[in-house]
Design a protein around this ligand. Structure first.
Ligand code: SF4
Ligand code: SF4
Length: 95
């Protein structure tokens, strides 16, 4: 078990071109799906993974759509998820 797993924090699932990603503390989640409903980009969905309490966990099913806005974190009543902006190299001509 590595240090991230020991803290219950799921590894980042961001994609190289994405502007953001999410981090989960699986054992805090109660599967209410507020994060999925309020994600403005549709990046999240309830998935097949469950935590030790038996709750289904949200998953970043469209990592390319995540912009790190942290709306999921703002609406999560249990502080189980949060979004972060990731550093992304600008392409030529991009401001
Ligand atoms: S950080 Fe924003 S875009 Fe990314 S999953 Fe959360 S609500 Fe959706
Ligand atoms: S809003 Fe929080 S508690 Fe509800 S499903 Fe999402 S991560 Fe889990």
């Amino acid at each position: 078990m590595d240090s991230q797993q020991a803290k219950g924090i799921a590894p980042s699932e961001g994609s190289p071109g994405a502007k953001g990603t999410v981090h989960m503390t699986d054992e805090r989640c109660k599967g209410c799906s507020y994060c999925v409903v309020f994600c403005p980009t549709g990046a999240l969905a309830m998935g097949g993974r469950i935590n030790r309490k038996g709750y289904h966990l949200p998953e970043l099913v469209h990592p390319d759509k995540c912009n790190g806005c942290d709306m999921c974190g703002l609406y999560c009543p249990d502080f189980a998820i949060f979004g972060v902006r990731t550093n992304r190299k600008k392409t030529d001509g991009e401001p």
